[in-house]
Design a protein around this ligand. Structure first.
Ligand code: GDP
Length: 325
């Protein structure tokens, strides 16, 4: 694994950023350590981007929208990073951004950086790598980071927990059930964007806007922002400028809350890593593994209740700690 050139990364060079993300995605333990050190080095340079999650079922037009939106932002002089959390990639080895024909124009832009979802991992693993990729992309000076995910399940919650603003794309016409969108996902949305508002579908798109405005009124939303519903055509493109104006308003209104939320997100990420790593250690360290297996089997055979078995697993850690005091 080649060294990441920090000066080149901080200078915004895309090759250095790509290398840094390759390091981040490596599963080798030496690389994990190097990646953790890299993130630490990047930390003072992070926090400067707008982190935007984008979700919607396959076919709704996510890549067409991201291309139109990304090109619009580049036109405003911004640098745009596109990352993905694709829970399906570990299954069929592909990923939502893996197809090179997607976002062809955006990918040719010097001020764009597009990275597919890392493959071959659990959703939690994919999400953690994307959290790390957001930080290095910020250190490389990207102003807006779009994190794409498919609107079918748990991955929305992951993307919501690493971004500042969440956009759900919708088709014109079809009801929510038909679109396979769960009510819970609408509750995450800061913006509902009805895409494909062009040609014959335009009238239907306007009706959908009314429908979602109504529907959102029944959902509970906390915080500084009342979710907004807009229509766009990503193909024409049309309505992207209005959407951007509202997104800017969101970031201006919510600056303080967003800052506090980022801290909460970082702490939650830390807690989860700690939990995962203790569980991982329990299963890989030879001594701990024996104790883990003994207690696992005791629960399996109904000889111990889970709380006592979990406590017994941690006994060696407690003993080790008390012997060092
Ligand atoms: P994804 O699977 O969500 O990434 O969807 P795609 O971006 O691949 O788009 C799916 C299909 O919808 C493609 O045939 C696009 O050309 C079409 N599409 C996307 N956005 C629009 C739009 O604004 N208007 C129209 N008419 N078609 C669109």
């Amino acid at each position: 694994m080649p060294e990441v050139d920090l000066a080149a990364l901080f200078g915004g060079q895309r090759r250095a950023l790509a290398k840094a993300i390759t390091l981040i995605e490596s599963t080798q333990s030496a690389h994990r350590q190097a990646a953790a050190a890299l993130l630490d080095a990047c930390l003072p340079q992070t926090g400067g981007s707008l982190r935007i999650g984008i979700s919607g079922v396959p076919g709704v037009g996510k890549s067409t929208f991201i291309e139109a939106f990304g090109l619009y932002l580049i036109g405003l002089g911004k640098r745009v990073g596109v990352l993905a959390v694709d829970p399906s990639s570990p299954l069929h080895g592909g990923s939502i951004l893996g197809d090179k024909t997607r976002m062809e124009r955006l990918s040719r832009e010097d001020h764009a950086f597009i990275r597919p979802s890392p493959a071959g991992r659990s959703l939690g693993g994919v999400a953690n790598r994307t959290r790390e990729a957001i930080l290095v992309a910020e250190a490389a000076g990207f102003d807006v980071i779009l994190v794409e995910t498919v609107g079918v399940g748990q991955s929305e919650y992951e993307v919501h927990s690493m971004t500042d603003l969440f956009v759900v794309l919708m088709q014109p016409g079809a009801g929510d059930e038909l679109q396979g969108i769960k009510k819970g996902i609408l509750e995450l949305a800061d913006f509902i964007v009805v895409n494909k508002a062009d040609g014959e579908a335009e009238r239907m798109a306007n009706q959908s806007v009314m429908h979602y405005k109504n529907a959102m009124g029944f959902l509970n939303h906390s915080g500084f922002w009342t979710p907004e519903v807009l229509s766009v055509s990503s193909l024409k493109p049309r309505g992207i400028d209005t959407l951007w104006t509202r997104i800017e308003a969101y970031f201006e209104t919510g600056a303080e809350t967003i800052e506090a939320r980022r801290t909460a997100q970082a702490l939650q990420w830390f807690e989860r890593l700690l939990n995962d790593q203790v569980a991982e250690l329990l299963k890989t360290d030879p001594t701990w593994r024996r104790i883990y297996q003994r207690n696992y089997q005791a629960v399996q055979h109904g000889e111990m209740a889970p709380p006592a078995a979990a406590m017994a697993c941690l006994d060696p850690l407690k003993q080790a700690l008390s012997s060092t005091q």
